[in-house]
Write a protein that binds this ligand. Sequence first.
Ligand SMILES: [Zn+2]
Length: 311
Amino acid sequence: MDIETLATNLSCAKFDSRTVIFADSILTTALFGRHNHTREKRLHRAQVLATEFDLDEDEQRTIRETFESGKSKLTEAADDWEIYHSKATSLCNKLTRSSASLQNAGPQSRRFIAWWLEAYTLVINPNASVKLSTINISPDKVKGFAIHSTKFIPKDFTIKELVGLMPYDNNTAHTRLSEITPAPSQDQQLGQVRILFGPIRFINHLCVNFNTAYIDEPATSTFYVYAIRDIQPNEEITVDYGTGYFDDLPEGCPCRTCSKPPENLAKMNPDQSSRLETTAGTVGPSPQSTETENKNHRRNKLRREKRKEKV
Ligand SMILES: [Zn+2]
């Protein structure tokens, strides 16, 4: 797949916050929300950008089934940008027809849904340098999202599959999920925090030994991440969200380094930590992914319940 062409097209898009926050919340809830998946009860409820939002379960199912029936055509067509784009537009039209909420999402919504499909399909494409995965975050089958490399990624390489875009305004109420400060080189008003949407939200935060950093695309509203060191195949892609990002959480930073006792930390190397992450279930939530607050709430709830049991 010509990732460069696709990334350039994606990075030049412009959307207002109303379109993004509403349509992204519908798609995120429908495609990544709580549902049964291959006989395994997945316990996530997707955390969304909209502050007040609810989507009927039947409608969620219809959107999800429409996407699942069309996504293979999209990934198969990924070698040719023109075909890829036309398949994405066609799937977007099907999704819009399947959902009253998407139909009512506003005049810009079709263009946004097509953007969303093209961007998110990048991380489920078999040719991509990264893939979307789920990891255990607690022993009772609570799952969280993560991004893992599919191949060796050399230092300084920009991972364009993990694109993130900001809307050009901030006129719509939104949750605190996925906020970022635009870089001076970008086509955004300085000093205004923006929401960031796109597959970049699936990257989990890590306080130490993270392997990527944000990089802005000048004259656009786009961010990617680039490798700050060599990344081995199947290593989790992690980034530092910035100092103070978790200050308002009562338990502080939930990342896997902060939630480990210091004696274990000293012994841990990257390979071991990724094994621990999938077996011990102590990995932190992904605040920029769709489920952050849910995971935090769930973690707190579990702790509260455990405390109750002890009492
Ligand atoms: Zn941390």
